[in-house]
Design a protein around this ligand. Structure first.
Ligand code: HEM
Length: 369
């Protein structure tokens, strides 16, 4: 039967996002790659973009109940080198934050592989196939194997990821829509590797730890607003637009540990429709809201990496194997790339108008229009 509904007839379905809103999984490999010089390396990476979904299926279909999934992100410098204009509106290098007490470094990364599954062997197998496919084309600059701890707790013992949006709200918070039509179905992801001072943390009483986070530890309940300290992690990460609407990201953090190196950490990974939202949260944590009122969790946690990636839609990722699918189309104005450079305190994308007022309140510098 011919569909005569004008709204449906010929309407293209929206591009499908990569699985950015999936649960953390019981295990994850977070791998950051640097693209080596040369045309052969670029060709190998583009070919991998075209083959990523097939590699994921090769492993995932062997044990479907283990929920293997893969997200591939592309860094700002790699995007420019491989594809040029037009570029995703919010893509830029992670902006270093340097406050009086805390520092969020910006570290290099051309490609992010976020591999999640319900067993380490599934993550390992997919990582093995991908790194084999990219041998000679990339260098691994960071690799963390995360695990889901009891009750989904972070290394510091509190349940993590509780206030993540779910269902349609999760998609709305993470997937680019009409605001950047060429890149609809895409997403932005910021990753940071944190190391915790577990000796200092464990020296706190449970009540004091609860005041650091803003939630109770055993029951996992948020403190009432009149009790929750203004420098608690939760208080500083509740952010709103100028109309008072709460802005959300979707986090898939996992703990990791390396006993021989004495490392106990949290791999922070936050997906957002506009990276300005995550950048505002980071500004609150590292510079403070108001400036100086920094996140107490940072007294026990040190960020050692920080990188931002664009996550193309499934279709765009596959199409990038053959070059830029939008090549020849008008370029969107792009924010200046500040790779590795210290920016003014907390300067973020702030591309969404609704955050501009907050930027002014915080005394942040707006990027050029
Ligand atoms: C040191 C690493 C981190 C640890 C251990 C950590 C842990 C936690 C925990 C235990 C909670 C409370 C439960 C929940 O809602 O998930 C939480 C909430 C939250 N965190 Fe983090 N987090 C870390 C870093 C970050 C960073 C870097 C950001 C943002 C850039 C962030 C954003 C949030 C948000 C948005 C919430 C929910 C606030 C709410 O609506 O109640 N976290 N985090």
């Amino acid at each position: 039967m011919i569909d005569s509904c004008p709204a449906r007839a010929g309407a293209e379905p929206p591009p499908e996002a990569q699985p950015v809103t999936q649960d953390t999984g019981l295990a994850a490999h977070f791998i950051v790659l640097e693209l080596l010089p040369g045309a052969a390396a670029e060709a190998a990476l583009r070919a991998f973009f075209g083959n990523a979904a097939a590699l994921r299926r090769s492993v995932g279909r062997r044990l479907p109940n283990q929920q293997l999934n893969l997200v591939v992100g592309i860094g700002s410098l790699a995007w420019d080198r491989l594809f040029g204009q037009p570029r995703p509106a919010g893509l830029h290098a992670f902006r270093e934050l340097r406050g009086d007490r805390h520092h969020a470094p910006s570290t290099p990364g051309d490609v992010l592989l976020h591999i999640r599954a319900d067993s380490v062997s599934m993550c390992f197998e997919l990582a093995r196939l991908i790194t084999d496919a990219l041998a000679g084309a990339v260098r691994l600059v960071d690799e963390v194997h995360g695990f889901r701890y009891f009750d989904g707790r972070a290394m510091i013992g509190f349940v993590d990821g509780v206030e993540n949006p779910e269902g349609r709200e999760a998609g709305d918070a993470t997937v680019v829509g009409d605001e950047d039509p060429g890149f609809a179905g895409g997403s932005y992801v910021i990753v940071q590797k944190y190391l915790h001072d577990m000796t200092a943390w464990n020296a706190l009483s449970t009540e004091e730890q609860e005041r650091v986070i803003g939630r109770t530890k055993a029951d996992n309940v948020e403190m009432a607003d009149d009790v929750k300290p203004a420098n608690s992690h939760v208080a500083l990460n509740v952010v709103e637009d100028d109309a008072g609407n709460e802005l959300a990201i979707v986090r898939a953090n996992l703990p990791f540990a390396n006993f021989s190196r004495g490392e106990f950490g949290t791999y922070f990974i936050g997906y957002a429709r506009d990276p300005a939202v995550t950048e505002l949260m980071l500004t609150n944590m590292f510079i403070g809201r108001p400036p100086g009122n920094t996140d107490r969790l940072l007294d026990f946690s040190t960020a050692v990496t920080g990188t931002l990636f664009f996550v193309p839609s499934q279709d765009m990722l596959a199409a990038l194997a053959d070059g830029h699918p939008l090549a020849g189309q008008a370029a969107a104005p792009s924010p200046a790339d500040t790779a590795g450079a210290a920016s003014s305190p907390g300067a973020g994308t702030l591309a969404i108008g609704s955050l501009k007022g907050q930027a002014q309140q915080l005394g942040l510098q707006e990027p050029p229009a």
